[in-house]
Design a binder for this molecule. Structure first.
Ligand code: FES
Length: 238
């Protein structure tokens, strides 16, 4: 198999080709990168830690599709016996496949992406957990952020990842902020979402990201927290 990797020093980009003959059915993209790094080219840079779809560090684009390298089988995405591996979009490249995640991690601070605990914790039952259980799967991999076209119109848009976190804590009855979370969503420009659903289709944890955004916006507009004249996805040709 030919593995083409778009490499960069942060300025100049160049595609490097590597030939690998020992790819098996179970071989992951991360194992392909490890093989190249260990046996063909030690200068290749990429991120990984857990190798188990938990840490969210290994996102890359393979044949145009953003994926977790440790979760994705090479043969599942190969086309004409070729893999084209590139860094994910919407983030500055530091080197090769390593991108700068600071932008979206800093935006998470603005979104207060943590539990603000109530003074008296209430017992959580399965039906309470079911309201936000899927959103607790978010591993902050940034894939939803990388595919989001809304940044083209609004650089200050919080991004899908922010609104997954806002939704998760808004639905948690032990979070003290309650509907203040909706105001936070407004401050993070939730109405710049164009509802293309790329985030939902790309999420490796199958979180219904766009639906979460829709629910926050709908509730905010019903309560008059978000004004209905704000954009609702119709300024982008959708
Ligand atoms: S290495 Fe941790 S998610 Fe892939």
């Amino acid at each position: 198999m030919i593995v083409k990797i778009l490499r960069s020093d942060g300025n100049v980009k160049k595609t490097f080709n590597y030939e690998i003959t020992n790819i098996e059915k179970r071989t992951t993209i991360l194992e392909v990168l490890d093989y190249i790094k260990n046996y063909l080219d030690t200068s290749l840079s990429y991120r990984s830690q857990c190798r188990a779809s938990i840490c969210g560090t290994c996102a890359v684009k393979v044949n145009g599709k953003p994926v977790l390298a440790c979760k994705t089988k090479a043969l599942d995405l190969a086309e004409n016996n070729t893999l084209q591996i590139e860094p994910v979009d919407n983030m500055a490249i530091i080197k090769d496949l390593v991108v700068d995640q600071d932008e979206y991690l800093n935006k998470l601070k603005k979104a207060k992406a943590w539990l603000e605990p109530k003074d008296n914790f209430e017992k959580v039952y399965p039906e309470d957990l079911s309201l936000f259980e899927k959103e607790t799967d978010c591993i902050l991999c940034g894939i939803c952020y990388s595919v989001c076209p809304a940044f083209q119109n609004d650089k200050n848009f919080g991004g899908p990842i922010n609104f997954v976190k806002i939704f998760r804590f808004w639905k948690d009855k032990n979070d003290a902020l309650g509907d203040i979370r909706i105001e936070i969503a407004k401050e993070n420009n939730i109405t710049s979402c164009i509802h293309c659903k790329y985030c939902t289709f790309s999420c490796p944890k199958e979180i219904p990201v766009e639906s979460d955004i829709m629910q926050i916006e709908f509730f905010g507009k019903q309560k008059g927290i978000i004004q209905s004249q704000d954009n609702f996805g119709f300024n982008f040709g959708f």
